[in-house]
Design a binder for this molecule. Structure first.
Ligand SMILES: [Zn+2]
Length: 598
Protein backbone atom coordinates (compact mmCIF):
# COMPACT_ATOMS: atom_id res chain seq x y z
CA UNK A 1 0.00 0.00 0.00
CA UNK A 2 1.22 3.45 -0.86
CA UNK A 3 2.13 5.69 2.03
CA UNK A 4 2.07 8.80 -0.15
CA UNK A 5 -0.43 9.87 -2.77
CA UNK A 6 -0.07 8.00 -6.05
CA UNK A 7 -2.39 8.78 -8.95
CA UNK A 8 -2.84 7.31 -12.38
CA UNK A 9 -1.52 9.81 -14.91
CA UNK A 10 -3.24 9.60 -18.30
CA UNK A 11 -0.13 10.91 -20.11
CA UNK A 12 2.36 8.47 -18.55
CA UNK A 13 -0.25 5.68 -18.53
CA UNK A 14 0.77 4.50 -15.07
CA UNK A 15 0.38 5.10 -11.38
CA UNK A 16 2.93 7.68 -10.23
CA UNK A 17 3.59 9.66 -7.07
CA UNK A 18 1.87 13.03 -7.17
CA UNK A 19 4.60 15.60 -6.57
CA UNK A 20 3.53 19.23 -6.84
CA UNK A 21 6.23 21.82 -7.41
CA UNK A 22 5.18 23.67 -4.29
CA UNK A 23 2.88 21.94 -1.79
CA UNK A 24 1.99 25.34 -0.35
CA UNK A 25 0.43 26.27 -3.68
CA UNK A 26 -0.82 23.27 -5.65
CA UNK A 27 -2.26 24.40 -8.99
CA UNK A 28 -5.27 22.48 -10.27
CA UNK A 29 -7.29 23.23 -13.40
CA UNK A 30 -10.58 21.52 -14.27
CA UNK A 31 -12.33 21.96 -17.60
CA UNK A 32 -15.73 23.26 -16.59
CA UNK A 33 -19.17 23.17 -18.16
CA UNK A 34 -20.37 24.64 -21.42
CA UNK A 35 -23.31 26.64 -20.13
CA UNK A 36 -25.85 26.03 -22.87
CA UNK A 37 -27.96 23.55 -20.89
CA UNK A 38 -28.14 22.15 -17.35
CA UNK A 39 -25.17 19.94 -16.44
CA UNK A 40 -26.17 16.28 -16.00
CA UNK A 41 -25.07 13.79 -13.37
CA UNK A 42 -22.36 12.42 -15.68
CA UNK A 43 -20.77 15.86 -15.83
CA UNK A 44 -21.07 16.11 -12.07
CA UNK A 45 -19.49 12.70 -11.51
CA UNK A 46 -16.34 14.04 -13.13
CA UNK A 47 -16.47 17.40 -11.31
CA UNK A 48 -17.08 15.69 -7.95
CA UNK A 49 -14.18 13.24 -8.44
CA UNK A 50 -11.91 16.27 -8.93
CA UNK A 51 -13.49 17.84 -5.84
CA UNK A 52 -12.76 14.75 -3.70
CA UNK A 53 -9.15 14.77 -4.94
CA UNK A 54 -8.82 18.46 -4.07
CA UNK A 55 -10.32 17.88 -0.61
CA UNK A 56 -7.97 14.94 -0.01
CA UNK A 57 -4.97 17.07 -0.99
CA UNK A 58 -6.12 19.60 1.61
CA UNK A 59 -6.65 16.95 4.29
CA UNK A 60 -4.11 16.13 7.01
CA UNK A 61 -4.66 12.46 6.05
CA UNK A 62 -2.96 13.03 2.71
CA UNK A 63 0.81 12.70 2.50
CA UNK A 64 2.80 13.69 -0.54
CA UNK A 65 6.12 12.29 -1.67
CA UNK A 66 9.11 14.55 -1.20
CA UNK A 67 9.14 17.31 -3.72
CA UNK A 68 12.23 18.45 -5.53
CA UNK A 69 13.34 22.03 -5.70
CA UNK A 70 10.38 24.09 -6.85
CA UNK A 71 10.64 27.29 -8.81
CA UNK A 72 8.59 29.03 -6.17
CA UNK A 73 10.07 31.53 -3.80
CA UNK A 74 7.44 30.62 -1.26
CA UNK A 75 8.92 28.43 1.46
CA UNK A 76 7.88 24.82 1.02
CA UNK A 77 5.19 23.57 3.32
CA UNK A 78 6.39 21.52 6.24
CA UNK A 79 5.05 17.99 6.01
CA UNK A 80 4.87 17.72 9.78
CA UNK A 81 3.22 20.11 12.09
CA UNK A 82 -0.33 20.75 13.13
CA UNK A 83 -2.36 17.91 14.48
CA UNK A 84 -5.56 16.92 12.81
CA UNK A 85 -8.20 19.42 13.83
CA UNK A 86 -10.65 17.17 15.56
CA UNK A 87 -8.87 14.08 16.79
CA UNK A 88 -5.74 14.75 18.78
CA UNK A 89 -5.21 11.15 19.72
CA UNK A 90 -2.00 9.47 20.78
CA UNK A 91 -0.72 7.16 18.06
CA UNK A 92 -2.47 9.07 15.30
CA UNK A 93 -0.40 9.16 12.15
CA UNK A 94 -2.14 12.12 10.62
CA UNK A 95 0.06 15.01 9.62
CA UNK A 96 -1.42 18.37 9.12
CA UNK A 97 -0.58 20.46 6.17
CA UNK A 98 -0.44 24.02 5.25
CA UNK A 99 -1.04 22.98 1.72
CA UNK A 100 -3.22 25.19 -0.39
CA UNK A 101 -4.89 23.96 -3.51
CA UNK A 102 -5.67 26.70 -6.01
CA UNK A 103 -8.45 25.01 -7.94
CA UNK A 104 -9.76 26.75 -11.03
CA UNK A 105 -12.71 25.65 -13.14
CA UNK A 106 -13.62 27.59 -16.25
CA UNK A 107 -17.05 28.44 -17.59
CA UNK A 108 -17.29 27.91 -21.35
CA UNK A 109 -19.78 30.56 -22.42
CA UNK A 110 -18.51 31.25 -25.95
CA UNK A 111 -20.52 29.49 -28.60
CA UNK A 112 -18.68 26.41 -29.84
CA UNK A 113 -19.79 23.66 -32.10
CA UNK A 114 -21.85 20.68 -30.97
CA UNK A 115 -19.37 18.46 -32.80
CA UNK A 116 -16.43 19.40 -30.60
CA UNK A 117 -14.37 16.43 -31.74
CA UNK A 118 -14.04 18.00 -35.18
CA UNK A 119 -10.74 19.75 -35.68
CA UNK A 120 -12.51 22.51 -37.59
CA UNK A 121 -15.41 23.14 -35.27
CA UNK A 122 -18.13 21.49 -37.32
CA UNK A 123 -21.74 21.01 -36.28
CA UNK A 124 -24.09 23.55 -34.80
CA UNK A 125 -22.99 26.35 -32.48
CA UNK A 126 -23.92 25.23 -28.94
CA UNK A 127 -25.16 28.61 -27.79
CA UNK A 128 -27.20 28.94 -30.98
CA UNK A 129 -28.65 25.49 -30.23
CA UNK A 130 -29.53 26.66 -26.71
CA UNK A 131 -31.24 29.74 -28.18
CA UNK A 132 -33.27 27.52 -30.51
CA UNK A 133 -34.27 25.20 -27.66
CA UNK A 134 -35.33 28.16 -25.54
CA UNK A 135 -37.37 29.58 -28.40
CA UNK A 136 -39.10 26.20 -28.86
CA UNK A 137 -39.76 26.00 -25.12
CA UNK A 138 -41.22 29.50 -25.16
CA UNK A 139 -43.62 28.55 -27.95
CA UNK A 140 -44.74 25.37 -26.21
CA UNK A 141 -44.97 27.03 -22.78
CA UNK A 142 -42.33 24.71 -21.25
CA UNK A 143 -39.77 27.30 -20.23
CA UNK A 144 -37.55 26.46 -17.25
CA UNK A 145 -38.42 28.59 -14.19
CA UNK A 146 -36.81 32.02 -14.38
CA UNK A 147 -36.27 31.86 -18.14
CA UNK A 148 -39.38 33.81 -19.09
CA UNK A 149 -37.59 37.15 -19.25
CA UNK A 150 -34.70 35.92 -21.37
CA UNK A 151 -34.53 37.10 -24.95
CA UNK A 152 -33.95 33.83 -26.87
CA UNK A 153 -31.80 35.72 -29.38
CA UNK A 154 -29.45 37.00 -26.65
CA UNK A 155 -26.83 34.25 -26.37
CA UNK A 156 -24.95 35.92 -23.55
CA UNK A 157 -28.15 36.13 -21.47
CA UNK A 158 -28.77 32.42 -22.09
CA UNK A 159 -25.20 31.61 -21.04
CA UNK A 160 -25.61 33.65 -17.83
CA UNK A 161 -28.89 31.86 -17.08
CA UNK A 162 -27.36 28.39 -17.35
CA UNK A 163 -24.15 29.50 -15.61
CA UNK A 164 -26.21 30.60 -12.59
CA UNK A 165 -28.06 27.27 -12.58
CA UNK A 166 -24.79 25.35 -12.85
CA UNK A 167 -23.38 27.23 -9.87
CA UNK A 168 -26.54 26.54 -7.84
CA UNK A 169 -26.29 22.82 -8.62
CA UNK A 170 -22.55 22.76 -7.94
CA UNK A 171 -22.97 24.47 -4.56
CA UNK A 172 -25.90 22.19 -3.69
CA UNK A 173 -23.60 19.19 -4.28
CA UNK A 174 -20.73 20.70 -2.30
CA UNK A 175 -18.32 21.47 -5.15
CA UNK A 176 -15.73 23.49 -3.27
CA UNK A 177 -14.47 25.47 -6.25
CA UNK A 178 -17.99 26.81 -6.85
CA UNK A 179 -18.42 27.60 -3.16
CA UNK A 180 -15.06 29.41 -3.06
CA UNK A 181 -15.84 31.32 -6.26
CA UNK A 182 -19.20 32.57 -4.92
CA UNK A 183 -18.85 36.34 -5.03
CA UNK A 184 -22.07 36.78 -3.05
CA UNK A 185 -20.42 34.92 -0.19
CA UNK A 186 -17.26 37.02 -0.35
CA UNK A 187 -15.49 34.43 -2.47
CA UNK A 188 -13.08 34.81 -5.36
CA UNK A 189 -14.87 34.76 -8.74
CA UNK A 190 -11.54 34.49 -10.59
CA UNK A 191 -11.52 30.80 -9.57
CA UNK A 192 -14.29 30.25 -12.11
CA UNK A 193 -13.23 32.42 -15.05
CA UNK A 194 -15.52 32.90 -18.02
CA UNK A 195 -14.22 32.34 -21.53
CA UNK A 196 -15.99 35.51 -22.72
CA UNK A 197 -13.92 37.57 -20.23
CA UNK A 198 -10.67 35.90 -21.31
CA UNK A 199 -10.69 36.55 -25.07
CA UNK A 200 -7.94 39.26 -24.98
CA UNK A 201 -5.67 36.74 -23.21
CA UNK A 202 -6.50 34.10 -25.83
CA UNK A 203 -5.61 36.58 -28.60
CA UNK A 204 -2.26 37.24 -26.85
CA UNK A 205 -1.52 33.49 -26.76
CA UNK A 206 -2.54 32.99 -30.42
CA UNK A 207 -0.25 35.90 -31.44
CA UNK A 208 2.65 34.18 -29.70
CA UNK A 209 1.90 30.88 -31.40
CA UNK A 210 2.01 32.60 -34.79
CA UNK A 211 5.18 34.59 -33.96
CA UNK A 212 7.20 31.76 -32.38
CA UNK A 213 8.92 28.90 -34.20
CA UNK A 214 10.16 25.48 -33.23
CA UNK A 215 13.81 24.42 -33.50
CA UNK A 216 13.24 23.56 -37.19
CA UNK A 217 11.91 27.04 -37.91
CA UNK A 218 8.25 25.97 -38.23
CA UNK A 219 5.72 28.41 -36.79
CA UNK A 220 3.30 26.90 -34.27
CA UNK A 221 0.28 28.52 -35.84
CA UNK A 222 -0.66 30.14 -39.12
CA UNK A 223 -3.43 32.36 -40.48
CA UNK A 224 -5.13 31.67 -43.81
CA UNK A 225 -7.53 33.72 -45.94
CA UNK A 226 -7.76 37.37 -46.95
CA UNK A 227 -6.65 39.98 -44.40
CA UNK A 228 -9.46 40.90 -42.05
CA UNK A 229 -11.34 37.62 -42.45
CA UNK A 230 -8.66 35.11 -41.56
CA UNK A 231 -8.85 31.74 -39.90
CA UNK A 232 -5.98 30.73 -37.59
CA UNK A 233 -4.94 27.10 -37.17
CA UNK A 234 -2.49 25.40 -34.85
CA UNK A 235 0.14 23.47 -36.84
CA UNK A 236 0.26 20.00 -35.25
CA UNK A 237 3.41 19.05 -37.17
CA UNK A 238 5.30 21.82 -35.38
CA UNK A 239 4.92 19.95 -32.07
CA UNK A 240 6.18 16.34 -32.26
CA UNK A 241 4.57 15.21 -28.96
CA UNK A 242 1.08 15.94 -30.40
CA UNK A 243 -0.90 12.74 -29.82
CA UNK A 244 1.01 11.60 -26.69
CA UNK A 245 -1.93 12.01 -24.33
CA UNK A 246 -4.54 10.20 -26.41
CA UNK A 247 -2.26 7.75 -28.22
CA UNK A 248 -3.12 9.27 -31.60
CA UNK A 249 -0.53 9.53 -34.36
CA UNK A 250 -0.47 12.20 -37.03
CA UNK A 251 -0.63 9.50 -39.72
CA UNK A 252 -3.81 8.06 -38.23
CA UNK A 253 -5.29 11.53 -37.94
CA UNK A 254 -4.26 12.33 -41.52
CA UNK A 255 -6.28 9.41 -42.82
CA UNK A 256 -9.29 10.85 -41.05
CA UNK A 257 -9.65 8.10 -38.49
CA UNK A 258 -12.88 8.33 -36.58
CA UNK A 259 -14.42 10.68 -39.11
CA UNK A 260 -12.99 13.67 -37.31
CA UNK A 261 -11.74 15.51 -40.33
CA UNK A 262 -14.13 17.63 -42.32
CA UNK A 263 -13.37 17.80 -46.03
CA UNK A 264 -14.52 21.36 -46.63
CA UNK A 265 -11.75 22.88 -44.50
CA UNK A 266 -8.91 20.65 -45.62
CA UNK A 267 -7.65 22.70 -48.54
CA UNK A 268 -6.50 25.59 -46.38
CA UNK A 269 -4.82 23.48 -43.69
CA UNK A 270 -1.25 22.15 -43.68
CA UNK A 271 -2.34 18.93 -41.94
CA UNK A 272 -5.87 17.53 -41.52
CA UNK A 273 -5.46 17.52 -37.71
CA UNK A 274 -4.53 21.21 -37.52
CA UNK A 275 -7.12 22.73 -35.25
CA UNK A 276 -8.91 26.05 -35.01
CA UNK A 277 -7.50 28.87 -32.87
CA UNK A 278 -9.49 31.76 -34.32
CA UNK A 279 -12.38 31.97 -36.74
CA UNK A 280 -13.28 35.26 -38.36
CA UNK A 281 -17.03 35.46 -38.72
CA UNK A 282 -18.71 38.87 -38.74
CA UNK A 283 -22.13 37.17 -38.54
CA UNK A 284 -21.45 35.14 -35.37
CA UNK A 285 -23.61 36.23 -32.45
CA UNK A 286 -20.61 36.40 -30.08
CA UNK A 287 -17.63 38.06 -31.73
CA UNK A 288 -14.56 40.05 -30.81
CA UNK A 289 -12.10 42.21 -32.75
CA UNK A 290 -8.75 40.54 -33.44
CA UNK A 291 -5.68 41.02 -35.68
CA UNK A 292 -7.22 38.37 -37.99
CA UNK A 293 -10.70 39.82 -38.23
CA UNK A 294 -13.82 40.06 -36.13
CA UNK A 295 -14.75 36.61 -34.93
CA UNK A 296 -14.42 34.11 -32.10
CA UNK A 297 -11.75 31.84 -30.57
CA UNK A 298 -11.53 28.07 -30.97
CA UNK A 299 -12.63 26.06 -27.96
CA UNK A 300 -9.26 24.63 -26.89
CA UNK A 301 -7.37 27.94 -26.64
CA UNK A 302 -9.55 29.22 -23.79
CA UNK A 303 -8.20 26.64 -21.34
CA UNK A 304 -4.55 27.24 -22.27
CA UNK A 305 -5.07 30.97 -21.76
CA UNK A 306 -7.19 30.75 -18.59
CA UNK A 307 -5.10 28.10 -16.82
CA UNK A 308 -1.89 30.07 -17.31
CA UNK A 309 -3.53 33.41 -16.53
CA UNK A 310 -5.08 32.33 -13.25
CA UNK A 311 -2.66 29.68 -11.99
CA UNK A 312 0.75 31.04 -12.99
CA UNK A 313 0.55 34.25 -11.03
CA UNK A 314 4.02 35.66 -10.29
CA UNK A 315 2.38 37.72 -7.54
CA UNK A 316 1.41 34.54 -5.72
CA UNK A 317 4.88 33.10 -6.15
CA UNK A 318 6.48 36.18 -4.63
CA UNK A 319 4.03 36.19 -1.75
CA UNK A 320 2.05 39.17 -3.02
CA UNK A 321 -1.21 37.30 -3.36
CA UNK A 322 -3.16 35.65 -6.11
CA UNK A 323 -3.75 37.57 -9.34
CA UNK A 324 -4.84 36.82 -12.86
CA UNK A 325 -2.19 37.59 -15.49
CA UNK A 326 -3.15 40.40 -17.86
CA UNK A 327 -3.01 39.74 -21.63
CA UNK A 328 0.31 41.65 -21.72
CA UNK A 329 1.74 39.46 -18.96
CA UNK A 330 0.45 36.37 -20.77
CA UNK A 331 2.24 37.57 -23.91
CA UNK A 332 5.55 37.53 -22.03
CA UNK A 333 5.07 34.57 -19.67
CA UNK A 334 7.75 31.84 -19.96
CA UNK A 335 8.10 28.57 -18.07
CA UNK A 336 11.31 26.57 -17.86
CA UNK A 337 11.02 23.68 -20.35
CA UNK A 338 11.56 21.07 -17.66
CA UNK A 339 8.80 22.44 -15.41
CA UNK A 340 5.15 21.64 -15.83
CA UNK A 341 3.07 24.79 -16.15
CA UNK A 342 0.45 23.50 -13.70
CA UNK A 343 0.42 20.57 -11.27
CA UNK A 344 -2.89 18.92 -11.95
CA UNK A 345 -5.45 19.00 -14.75
CA UNK A 346 -8.77 17.18 -14.84
CA UNK A 347 -11.67 16.75 -17.17
CA UNK A 348 -14.08 14.07 -18.35
CA UNK A 349 -12.52 11.24 -20.36
CA UNK A 350 -14.18 12.66 -23.48
CA UNK A 351 -11.89 15.69 -23.06
CA UNK A 352 -8.70 13.64 -23.62
CA UNK A 353 -8.96 14.00 -27.39
CA UNK A 354 -8.99 16.45 -28.95
CA UNK A 355 -9.42 19.03 -26.18
CA UNK A 356 -6.61 18.18 -23.77
CA UNK A 357 -4.28 17.06 -26.54
CA UNK A 358 -4.72 20.49 -28.08
CA UNK A 359 -4.30 22.28 -24.73
CA UNK A 360 -0.91 20.56 -24.25
CA UNK A 361 0.27 21.62 -27.71
CA UNK A 362 -0.88 25.23 -27.31
CA UNK A 363 0.41 25.71 -23.76
CA UNK A 364 3.84 24.13 -24.34
CA UNK A 365 4.39 25.96 -27.62
CA UNK A 366 3.27 29.29 -26.23
CA UNK A 367 4.99 29.21 -22.84
CA UNK A 368 8.02 26.87 -23.08
CA UNK A 369 11.30 27.98 -24.64
CA UNK A 370 11.91 24.82 -26.72
CA UNK A 371 8.66 22.85 -26.54
CA UNK A 372 8.67 19.17 -27.38
CA UNK A 373 12.45 19.02 -27.77
CA UNK A 374 14.92 16.60 -26.20
CA UNK A 375 13.71 14.75 -23.15
CA UNK A 376 10.35 16.50 -23.21
CA UNK A 377 8.98 14.44 -26.03
CA UNK A 378 5.75 13.98 -24.08
CA UNK A 379 5.12 17.69 -23.86
CA UNK A 380 4.75 18.97 -20.32
CA UNK A 381 1.90 21.24 -19.46
CA UNK A 382 0.25 19.59 -16.48
CA UNK A 383 2.39 17.36 -14.26
CA UNK A 384 -0.65 15.12 -13.79
CA UNK A 385 -3.69 14.32 -15.92
CA UNK A 386 -6.73 13.09 -13.97
CA UNK A 387 -9.62 11.73 -16.07
CA UNK A 388 -12.67 10.19 -14.39
CA UNK A 389 -14.56 7.69 -16.53
CA UNK A 390 -18.11 7.99 -17.83
CA UNK A 391 -21.19 7.41 -15.76
CA UNK A 392 -23.70 4.79 -16.87
CA UNK A 393 -27.32 4.98 -15.74
CA UNK A 394 -29.10 1.72 -14.93
CA UNK A 395 -26.42 -0.09 -16.95
CA UNK A 396 -26.88 1.98 -20.11
CA UNK A 397 -25.31 5.05 -21.65
CA UNK A 398 -27.22 8.09 -20.47
CA UNK A 399 -29.31 9.73 -23.17
CA UNK A 400 -32.37 11.93 -23.31
CA UNK A 401 -34.05 9.58 -25.78
CA UNK A 402 -33.71 6.58 -23.43
CA UNK A 403 -35.34 8.49 -20.59
CA UNK A 404 -32.38 7.78 -18.27
CA UNK A 405 -31.03 11.31 -18.42
CA UNK A 406 -30.80 13.01 -15.02
CA UNK A 407 -29.67 16.38 -13.79
CA UNK A 408 -29.03 17.03 -10.10
CA UNK A 409 -31.93 19.52 -10.02
CA UNK A 410 -34.32 16.89 -11.45
CA UNK A 411 -33.26 14.41 -8.78
CA UNK A 412 -33.58 17.00 -6.01
CA UNK A 413 -37.06 17.92 -7.31
CA UNK A 414 -37.99 14.23 -7.08
CA UNK A 415 -37.16 14.36 -3.38
CA UNK A 416 -33.62 12.95 -3.41
CA UNK A 417 -31.39 14.93 -1.12
CA UNK A 418 -28.07 16.39 -2.32
CA UNK A 419 -26.00 14.47 0.26
CA UNK A 420 -27.24 11.14 -1.14
CA UNK A 421 -26.75 12.26 -4.75
CA UNK A 422 -23.19 13.37 -3.98
CA UNK A 423 -22.33 10.12 -2.22
CA UNK A 424 -23.83 8.05 -5.04
CA UNK A 425 -21.76 9.99 -7.60
CA UNK A 426 -18.43 9.70 -5.72
CA UNK A 427 -18.59 6.21 -4.22
CA UNK A 428 -17.20 4.27 -7.22
CA UNK A 429 -13.51 4.46 -8.12
CA UNK A 430 -13.08 7.36 -10.52
CA UNK A 431 -11.43 5.15 -13.15
CA UNK A 432 -14.29 2.63 -13.17
CA UNK A 433 -17.43 3.21 -15.16
CA UNK A 434 -19.85 3.98 -12.35
CA UNK A 435 -23.43 2.77 -12.72
CA UNK A 436 -25.98 5.21 -11.35
CA UNK A 437 -29.14 3.42 -10.24
CA UNK A 438 -32.27 4.28 -8.31
CA UNK A 439 -31.39 1.49 -5.87
CA UNK A 440 -27.84 2.81 -5.47
CA UNK A 441 -29.22 6.24 -4.68
CA UNK A 442 -31.46 4.75 -1.97
CA UNK A 443 -28.49 2.81 -0.56
CA UNK A 444 -26.46 6.02 -0.47
CA UNK A 445 -29.30 7.81 1.32
CA UNK A 446 -29.30 5.04 3.95
CA UNK A 447 -25.50 5.33 4.32
CA UNK A 448 -25.86 9.08 4.89
CA UNK A 449 -28.52 8.40 7.56
CA UNK A 450 -26.26 5.86 9.28
CA UNK A 451 -23.40 8.37 9.39
CA UNK A 452 -25.70 11.08 10.70
CA UNK A 453 -26.76 8.82 13.56
CA UNK A 454 -23.09 8.73 14.58
CA UNK A 455 -22.48 12.47 14.36
CA UNK A 456 -25.91 13.45 15.78
CA UNK A 457 -26.06 11.05 18.72
CA UNK A 458 -25.52 12.41 22.22
CA UNK A 459 -22.00 11.26 22.95
CA UNK A 460 -21.01 9.70 26.24
CA UNK A 461 -17.27 9.43 26.19
CA UNK A 462 -15.76 6.25 27.55
CA UNK A 463 -19.23 4.77 28.09
CA UNK A 464 -18.10 1.28 28.97
CA UNK A 465 -14.52 1.85 30.02
CA UNK A 466 -13.23 0.47 26.72
CA UNK A 467 -11.72 3.65 25.34
CA UNK A 468 -8.37 1.96 24.71
CA UNK A 469 -9.73 -0.50 22.13
CA UNK A 470 -11.98 2.18 20.64
CA UNK A 471 -8.96 4.45 20.21
CA UNK A 472 -7.05 1.59 18.59
CA UNK A 473 -9.96 1.01 16.18
CA UNK A 474 -9.85 4.67 15.16
CA UNK A 475 -6.10 4.49 14.62
CA UNK A 476 -6.56 1.45 12.39
CA UNK A 477 -9.40 2.92 10.32
CA UNK A 478 -7.61 6.22 9.93
CA UNK A 479 -4.62 4.40 8.51
CA UNK A 480 -6.78 2.19 6.27
CA UNK A 481 -8.75 5.11 4.84
CA UNK A 482 -5.54 7.05 4.20
CA UNK A 483 -3.90 4.06 2.50
CA UNK A 484 -6.89 3.50 0.25
CA UNK A 485 -7.01 7.14 -0.79
CA UNK A 486 -3.24 7.29 -1.31
CA UNK A 487 -3.72 4.40 -3.71
CA UNK A 488 -5.13 6.27 -6.72
CA UNK A 489 -7.95 7.80 -4.67
CA UNK A 490 -9.61 4.44 -4.01
CA UNK A 491 -12.76 5.83 -2.49
CA UNK A 492 -14.63 2.52 -2.67
CA UNK A 493 -11.92 0.95 -0.50
CA UNK A 494 -11.95 3.93 1.86
CA UNK A 495 -15.74 3.71 2.27
CA UNK A 496 -15.42 -0.03 2.92
CA UNK A 497 -12.93 0.62 5.72
CA UNK A 498 -15.03 3.46 7.14
CA UNK A 499 -18.30 1.50 7.16
CA UNK A 500 -16.55 -1.57 8.56
CA UNK A 501 -15.25 0.51 11.46
CA UNK A 502 -18.69 2.07 12.12
CA UNK A 503 -20.35 -1.37 11.98
CA UNK A 504 -17.93 -2.72 14.58
CA UNK A 505 -18.60 0.04 17.12
CA UNK A 506 -20.44 -1.54 20.01
CA UNK A 507 -22.53 0.71 22.19
CA UNK A 508 -22.93 4.42 21.68
CA UNK A 509 -20.35 6.17 19.50
CA UNK A 510 -18.04 8.49 21.42
CA UNK A 511 -17.31 12.12 20.59
CA UNK A 512 -13.94 10.87 19.25
CA UNK A 513 -15.77 8.57 16.84
CA UNK A 514 -17.99 11.43 15.69
CA UNK A 515 -14.99 13.73 15.27
CA UNK A 516 -13.12 11.15 13.20
CA UNK A 517 -16.16 10.64 10.98
CA UNK A 518 -16.35 14.41 10.45
CA UNK A 519 -12.63 14.37 9.58
CA UNK A 520 -13.28 11.74 6.93
CA UNK A 521 -16.21 13.79 5.73
CA UNK A 522 -13.98 16.79 5.11
CA UNK A 523 -12.76 14.66 2.18
CA UNK A 524 -16.12 13.11 1.24
CA UNK A 525 -18.06 16.37 1.58
CA UNK A 526 -21.36 14.61 2.31
CA UNK A 527 -22.35 15.32 5.92
CA UNK A 528 -21.45 18.98 5.61
CA UNK A 529 -24.16 19.53 3.00
CA UNK A 530 -27.28 21.23 4.34
CA UNK A 531 -30.16 18.89 5.03
CA UNK A 532 -33.26 19.99 3.19
CA UNK A 533 -36.24 20.33 5.49
CA UNK A 534 -39.19 18.09 4.73
CA UNK A 535 -42.49 19.99 4.54
CA UNK A 536 -45.06 18.37 6.74
CA UNK A 537 -48.82 18.80 6.96
CA UNK A 538 -51.37 16.96 9.13
CA UNK A 539 -51.70 14.30 6.41
CA UNK A 540 -48.64 14.53 4.21
CA UNK A 541 -44.90 14.32 4.67
CA UNK A 542 -43.41 15.98 1.59
CA UNK A 543 -39.98 14.86 0.44
CA UNK A 544 -37.22 17.44 0.89
CA UNK A 545 -37.37 19.92 -1.95
CA UNK A 546 -41.12 19.55 -2.46
CA UNK A 547 -43.54 22.22 -1.34
CA UNK A 548 -46.90 21.25 0.10
CA UNK A 549 -49.03 21.96 -2.97
CA UNK A 550 -52.65 22.89 -2.00
CA UNK A 551 -54.03 20.67 -4.81
CA UNK A 552 -52.11 17.72 -3.40
CA UNK A 553 -53.24 18.47 0.15
CA UNK A 554 -56.87 18.53 -1.03
CA UNK A 555 -56.47 15.15 -2.77
CA UNK A 556 -54.80 13.66 0.33
CA UNK A 557 -57.78 14.82 2.42
CA UNK A 558 -60.24 13.25 -0.03
CA UNK A 559 -58.22 10.03 -0.04
CA UNK A 560 -58.14 9.89 3.78
CA UNK A 561 -61.93 10.34 3.84
CA UNK A 562 -62.38 7.58 1.24
CA UNK A 563 -60.22 5.22 3.29
CA UNK A 564 -62.18 5.95 6.45
CA UNK A 565 -65.32 5.07 4.45
CA UNK A 566 -63.52 1.96 3.19
CA UNK A 567 -64.07 3.18 -0.38
CA UNK A 568 -60.81 1.73 -1.69
CA UNK A 569 -61.83 2.20 -5.32
CA UNK A 570 -62.09 5.95 -4.75
CA UNK A 571 -58.82 5.86 -2.82
CA UNK A 572 -57.09 4.22 -5.81
CA UNK A 573 -58.62 6.76 -8.20
CA UNK A 574 -57.17 9.59 -6.12
CA UNK A 575 -53.77 7.90 -6.13
CA UNK A 576 -53.98 7.80 -9.95
CA UNK A 577 -54.89 11.50 -9.99
CA UNK A 578 -51.80 12.27 -7.90
CA UNK A 579 -49.66 10.18 -10.26
CA UNK A 580 -51.03 12.18 -13.19
CA UNK A 581 -49.95 15.34 -11.36
CA UNK A 582 -46.43 13.89 -11.03
CA UNK A 583 -46.53 12.71 -7.40
CA UNK A 584 -45.90 9.28 -5.92
CA UNK A 585 -47.37 8.50 -2.50
CA UNK A 586 -46.70 5.87 0.10
CA UNK A 587 -48.52 5.28 3.39
CA UNK A 588 -46.09 5.65 6.28
CA UNK A 589 -46.35 3.75 9.61
CA UNK A 590 -47.09 7.00 11.46
CA UNK A 591 -50.38 7.37 9.58
CA UNK A 592 -49.05 10.07 7.30
CA UNK A 593 -48.61 9.80 3.57
CA UNK A 594 -45.11 10.28 2.17
CA UNK A 595 -45.21 12.36 -1.00
CA UNK A 596 -42.41 12.31 -3.57
CA UNK A 597 -42.05 13.32 -7.17
CA UNK A 598 -43.01 10.39 -9.38
ZN1 LIG B 1 -10.66 22.80 -21.14
Amino acid sequence: MASTLHLYDTLQRKLVAFVPRDPARITFYTCGPTVYDDAHIGNFRSFLAADVLRRFLESPLCRLANHGAGRSKTPAAPEHGLQSRATPEPGSDSRATNRTVIHVMNITDVGHMTDDAAADGAGEDKMAAAARRLLDAKKSGKLPPGAADIDPTDQLAIARFYEARFKEDAIALGLKVAIDAGAARGGDPTLMPRATDAVPGMIAVIKRLIAQHNHKGQPYAYAVGPAGTQTVYFCVQSFPPYGSLSGNTLDALRSGEGGRIQESHQAEKKHPADFLLWKSDPTHAMRWKSPWGEGYPGWHIECSAMSAARLCSPHALTGEGERTLSPDQLAAFIVDDAQPIIDLHSGGEDNIFPHHECEIAQSCCAFNATPGAGDLARGLYAAHWFHPRFLMVEGAKMSKSKGNFHTPRDLIAKGHEPAAIRLELIKTHYRSNANFTEQGLKDSARMVERWRRVTDAPHHDDPDGDEVSSSEARRVVRRSVAEELHNDLNIAGALGALNGWLGAITGAPTSHDAALLRDFDSILGVLSLPRPAAASTSLGLFAPGLTADPAVIALLEQRAAARVAKDFKQSDTIRDQLTALGYAIQDAPNGKVEVRRA
